[in-house]
Design a protein around this ligand. Structure first.
Ligand code: ADP
Ligand code: MG
Length: 479
């Protein structure tokens, strides 16, 4: 496992003595980049998180690789990783930043020689869970602003919107209703709107898949599965957001499958959202995929210009009503914002808010060149995109490892993601073609040119490719 020499980086292999267990772990760090002392950081974890959390969880993290802006940490199991990510990631990052300010992200690798992945060992891990009162996980409550009235219809979402409304009129006719689309396109908004519409007459449960897992683990720990099952199975409308979160989590899938079946048996309406279609949910059991596909699948696409303009106008109207202030944005400025924000609606709203804040501060009507300046700022802030980030996000997206992405293997499932990553590196960073080539295991710049050409052509001809690229761009911008 771990980073192999084939990465063509000179890696220094050192033996790291685990302070407590005096157990040897291998740590691979590139010579030029190693600055952190993991032992020291572990000590600081102990102080910050307390002994109990430290010994149950953080002590088992190992440092695999250190980059300028992110770390790869080793974890023993998938479950372990999910747990750390959902509960401690923010704090861990905060802590390591104290040692190296440029870090902005942490990635995890499952250390394969620890194959003790049985359910029993998972339960064993679960039993060590300590409760945290203020969990960093969002508590999903229905948000009264995310209603149908505030959801603007456009070409990219009209089918999803109309079936979301139909579900409210005819419960159980489309069951489950499955809404899919990339980040920031309005899935959570629609789910919320359905929940609001139905909540007065039904027992509505609205939860993210991540939160579902949190409850699940807590119940196992407390030996309280009966209550867990009751809690979820008594709902007559069950809305679950971001179901892709269950990928790779076997025991969670098992529980979800049973919950799903018993809800269907008693005729409850189920509404699900995901960032991809059911069949594309890799590492999800076939029987679940087929259940998810058993009702109606609708998708939301990236918004076109018209929809973006409508959303901007609606937002302005909302702000004016809410804050009783006059917002004057000229049609040119509105068109400019709609044109410049290419990825998703969340980004569009972020940019709009920024422009409005600017005009408020300067107390004058803005022109397009003001907006250019403001947007330059916004994009610089949110788009510090590096080749490393692109490689990581693309390999994650296609579910291949970084090693596979960089390898010399030419099979399509590896070659295509590699080409897409090269294409994005050219389009989204200021790196030159030879520099990009070097970052892809010392490939020649002509290989990069070929990749850029191929992906450009495919993304014009092939809807699927276009969609993939847009989604990856959103992920890069969103992180
Ligand atoms: P997703 O769950 O697909 O990532 P969200 O539902 O969180 O996206 O949407 C992101 C933001 O964009 C939210 O503020 C949402 O209210 C807004 N939004 C998305 N689609 C629309 C729409 N059609 N009309 C108005 N606002 C929208
Ligand atoms: Mg969402």
């Amino acid at each position: 496992m771990i980073i192999k020499k084939s990465l063509k980086e000179s890696l220094l292999r050192i033996n790291y003595m685990d302070t407590k267990n005096t157990k040897k772990q291998n740590v691979y760090i590139s010579e030029e980049e190693q600055t952190l002392s993991w032992v020291e950081i572990q000590e600081s974890f102990k102080k910050t998180f307390g002994n109990e959390i430290y010994t149950s969880w953080l002590q088992k993290l190992s440092l695999i690789k250190e980059y300028n802006d992110y770390l790869i940490l080793g974890v023993p199991t998938r479950f372990f990783r999910d747990w750390i990510v959902s509960r401690y990631l923010d704090k861990i990052l905060e802590q390591v930043k104290k040692y190296k300010l440029s870090l902005n992200r942490i990635e995890f690798k499952i250390i394969e020689d620890n194959k003790n992945n049985s359910e029993l060992s998972k339960i064993d891990e679960i039993s060590k869970v300590t409760e945290i009162k203020d969990s960093i996980l969002n508590y999903n409550r229905l948000n009264s602003n995310l209603n149908f009235q505030n959801f603007i219809q456009g070409k990219s979402n009209d089918i999803a919107l109309s079936y979301s409304k139909k579900v409210c009129e005819h419960l159980s006719r489309y069951n489950p209703l499955y809404i899919c689309g990339g980040v920031g396109l309005g899935k959570t908004h629609l789910l919320n709107a359905i929940g609001l519409e139905l909540q007065s007459e039904n027992n509505v449960m609205f939860i993210s898949a991540e939160r579902f897992m949190y409850h699940f683990i807590k119940s196992i720990k407390k030996n309280d599965m009966v209550n867990f099952k009751d809690f979820f199975r008594k709902s007559s409308v069950f809305i679950i957001d971001d179901i892709q979160f269950i990928r790779g989590k076997e025991s969670l899938q098992e529980e979800f499958f049973h919950t799903f079946n018993s809800l269907m048996d008693k005729g409850s309406q189920i509404i699900i959202s995901a960032d991809r279609t059911p069949m594309k949910l890799d590492r999800v059991q076939e029987r679940i995929k087929s259940r998810l596909s058993g009702g109606l699948i609708v998708d939301i696409d990236t918004p076109d210009f018209d929809l973006k303009v409508k959303i901007i106008n609606k937002k302005i109207e909302q702000i004016q009503n809410q804050f009783k202030e006059n917002i004057n944005l000229s049609p040119e400025v509105i068109n400019f914002i709609a044109n410049e924000t290419k990825t998703n609606i969340r980004e569009l709203i972020g940019v709009l808010n920024r422009v409005i804040a600017f005009s408020r501060v300067h107390n004058r009507e803005l022109n397009v060149s003001d907006c250019k300046n403001i947007l330059k700022d916004v994009f610089n802030q949110i788009r510090v995109i590096t080749v490393d980030k692109i490689q990581n996000i693309v390999s994650n997206y296609f579910n291949i490892s970084l090693n596979e992405m960089l390898s010399q293997r030419r099979s399509r499932p590896l070659a295509r993601p590699r080409q897409i990553a090269m294409y994005l590196a050219k389009k989204m960073t200021s790196r030159s073609l030879p520099e990009i080539g070097r970052r892809f295991a010392n490939r020649d710049h002509t290989t990069v040119i070929h990749a850029v050409k191929t992906v450009t052509r495919l993304s014009e001809q092939d809807e699927e490719m276009k969609k993939n690229i847009n989604q990856i761009k959103s992920l890069l911008i969103d992180q």
